[in-house]
Design a protein around this ligand. Structure first.
Ligand SMILES: [Zn+2]
Length: 259
């Protein structure tokens, strides 16, 4: 994602969105040593309720993320993954392309969740979000993205694919919130205590949606389209804004609260 940011047209986004993206970028861009597998996954956090979260990796680059509590069996995050799935770090003999190493993603073919560079508790939401993606059925985002990039695919079909991606992103976040709530109800551990308040949390999730909108704009090359006609470009930008916007997210968390 990082090189894409350099091509980013600042004027496409409001100042607030610009700042939100910048904060998220700082948070999710892995340290180079981590992405190269030189710096191993080793994160520890003590919850206000006393339990300790540990994220580590073995020699093969398989990651283990657990919450430990004195005298009780550990809570293993892999128990929340579909059958056969594992967490993996950049040290894993991965098929993930080099540019994606150290980034949060799901490799469905090899049943791996690629673990990002966890430096703070907020990143646990990124983990939960990817766990949410593992439960989704259907065409993978990598496939959808390559179709959006393909010049032989009709524009209307591309817009449909973008709608699917937007849907899948919001769905993954809804599933993430669901897992966090289950863990809270079952173990009384607040995985989201790294966020100061609801607004801070929404800002984080919204920034991730913005990042997707940004990458969709690039995939569609709206800038190139702009040369053909301002109106068409404006319409498509409005379409993307609606798909990856904040209000949809608020509706999402409201729905989640109702369930
Ligand atoms: Zn996602």
């Amino acid at each position: 994602m990082s090189e894409r940011f350099t091509a980013w047209q600042k004027e496409d986004f409001s100042e607030d969105e610009h700042n939100a993206l910048r904060r998220l970028k700082e948070q999710v861009t892995p340290r180079q040593e981590y992405a190269e597998g030189k710096l191993k996954l080793n994160f520890e956090y003590k919850f206000s309720s006393g339990e300790v979260l540990k994220a580590e990796e073995d020699k093969e680059g398989i990651a283990y993320i657990k919450i430990l509590k004195d005298g009780q069996p550990p809570l293993d995050f892999s128990d929340y993954l579909p059958e056969g799935f594992e967490f993996a770090t950049p040290s894993y003999k991965s098929t993930v392309s080099n540019s994606n190493k150290g980034q949060w993603s799901v490799d469905y073919e090899n049943k791996k969740v690629s673990v990002g560079d966890i430096r703070g508790l907020k990143e646990i939401f990124s983990l939960l979000h990817e766990m949410g993606h593992t439960e989704q059925k259907g065409v993978s985002q990598i496939e959808m993205r390559s179709k959006i990039h393909d010049s032989s695919v009709a524009r209307a079909d591309k817009l449909k694919l973008i709608e699917n991606i937007s849907e899948s992103e919001r769905d993954a976040s809804a599933r993430a919130i669901h897992i966090a709530r289950n863990i809270y109800e079952k173990y009384h551990i607040d995985l989201l205590e790294g966020f100061q308040n609801l607004a801070d949390f929404q800002d984080f999730v919204h920034s991730a949606l913005l990042m997707h909108r940004f990458s969709m704009e690039l995939l569609l090359s709206i800038t190139a389209k702009q040369e053909e006609g301002q109106d068409a470009a404006k319409e498509e930008r409005e379409f993307l804004t609606k798909l990856f916007d904040k209000r949809k997210l608020q509706r999402l968390s409201k729905n989640e609260n109702k369930n």
